[in-house]
Design a protein around this ligand. Structure first.
Ligand SMILES: [Zn+2]
Length: 458
């Protein structure tokens, strides 16, 4: 018989090859039940034939009886475990009634789980990635040992000691931003499908992100670190995809140690809740503190610290010395809330480096000024606030909105009918880049940009 000339890989089978072969033939003819491909269980007496597979109930894991003879467990296409029996085309997996899992190739056992004598058992691809053989009473007799640690997939936080596996993602609470651990090895932050930041590690299929207990975020590929946040030693930290589109690592005490948006200074992120009192938030490095003013949000007075931006001039009356609403210290510069001062300062620096001649027509606006604007606009006077906001509700009154010069197209109030102005270098640059700094366009006005999100922001 041909099989007698084949090498047996397990001593167990040397003496019982003929018996096994005979049994296999008998069982094979008498009981050829094949697994229902795609379910998660191979029951006792069933086979996995070449080309068949089992899949975990959550769809993330599959065990394939490959045509090359290798039995391979995959997570979203990435191999986690295999029987290392490739090159044996036509091999099949038998879940024998004696409790042993055996791979046969031309009648020869080429791999087995080493569990004969346990009686009828079930092989299950679990949702945690472990491939386990259970005998009666749900007692495990063999396992691939590939269970994955739990991760808060789909939530906005990767806690310390958690991993983001290939194919997994985190999403911001407002649903606008996602960071994907892509199957190609690249970690990418997206806003509605548009990439804002990446680790630039594509081409390393199977790489995963570890949020290490030492405070360092590390991407590993085949056991080698291919990217890291450079923050070891900070202790357990949480990685959060914020609603403003920034991906930030915070150590204990909510102190940021790393952020995806870090273009030109250390504090180019939007700080905290943009609608909260900012009197205790300092102006970002490079900007000028002009004091605490009355801001308004939904008609409610909120104290805000205003910062003048030396890199952005503004023709607004609040910024122009001698005008009715002038704020001392502005000296022709745009005025913004300290919470956005670093982000806007970095954004304007970036635009200027790209050669964009950028300036503002309005930034922070006082209540008296907004009231006067509304009185002077017949729509606003009559309760239509599409172009002039109701006094007390404009985002200019929180110091977070900027009207830019050089673009003045009106549009609808949703992103499908948004105002676009591709002929304007200012609008074009903002359209391509503002999101990196947490800024978005108000759909109805090509000139108005602020850090809000939702259906009216694009
Ligand atoms: Zn505006």
């Amino acid at each position: 018989m041909r099989m007698l000339h084949r090498r047996s890989y397990y001593p167990l089978h040397r003496g019982v090859l003929a018996l096994l072969f005979g049994l296999a033939m008998l069982i094979g003819q008498a009981n050829t039940a094949s697994a229902a491909a795609g379910t998660n269980t191979l029951f006792a007496h069933e086979r996995l034939q070449p080309g068949q597979f089992l899949a975990s109930a959550n769809g993330q894991f599959r065990v394939h009886m490959q045509e090359d003879g290798n039995l391979v467990l995959y997570q979203n296409g990435v191999a986690l475990w295999s029987s290392q029996t490739h090159g044996r085309s036509g091999a099949w997996l038998g879940n024998q009634g004696d409790g042993n899992l055996v791979l046969y190739h031309n009648g020869v056992a080429i791999w087995n789980s080493g569990t004969p004598g346990h009686g009828p058992s079930n092989l299950i691809v679990q949702d945690d990635g472990n491939l386990v053989l259970y005998k009666a009473g749900n007692v495990p007799t063999w396992a691939s040992g590939t269970q994955r640690p739990p991760s808060n997939v789909g939530t906005n936080t990767l806690f310390a000691h958690e991993r983001l596996q290939p194919g997994q993602f985190l999403a911001s609470a407002n649903g606008q931003f996602r960071v994907h651990m892509q199957e190609d090895g690249n970690l990418v932050l997206y806003q509605n499908g548009v990439a804002l930041w990446s680790s630039q590690t594509h081409g390393r299929s199977g790489a995963w992100l570890g949020n290490q207990g030492d405070g360092n975020l590390v991407l590993y590929h085949n056991g080698v670190a291919i990217w890291n946040s450079g923050t070891p030693g900070h202790g357990p930290s949480n990685l959060i995809v914020q609603d403003d589109g920034n991906l930030v690592l915070y150590k204990a005490g909510n102190v940021p140690t790393w952020a995806s948006r870090n273009d030109s200074s250390n504090d180019s992120s939007i700080v905290g809740n943009i609608f909260a009192d900012s009197s205790n938030v300092p102006c970002a490095a490079g900007t000028r503190d002009v004091g605490i003013m009355d801001g308004y949000r939904s008609g409610t007075l909120t104290k805000i610290r205003l910062c003048a931006l030396p890199n952005l001039s503004s023709t607004s009356e609040e910024s122009r010395p001698g005008s009715a609403y002038y704020i001392q210290g502005a000296n022709g510069n745009a005025l913004v809330n300290s919470r956005v001062s670093g982000a806007v300062f970095a954004m304007i620096n970036s635009a200027k480096r790209a050669g964009i001649n950028i300036s503002a027509t309005s930034t922070f606006r006082t209540m008296a000024h907004q009231q006067a604007l509304c009185n002077g606009n017949h729509l606003c006077r009559n309760g239509n606030y599409t172009y002039v906001a109701r006094p007390g509700t404009s985002n200019h009154q929180m110091g977070i909105a900027i009207d830019f010069a050089g673009t003045n197209v009106k549009g609808g109030t949703s992103c499908t009918s948004r105002a676009t102005d591709p002929g304007s270098p200012v609008w074009k640059w903002l359209s391509d880049n503002a999101a990196r700094f947490g800024y978005r366009q108000y759909a109805a006005e090509s000139w108005h940009w602020d850090p809000l999100s939702g259906p009216t922001r694009c």
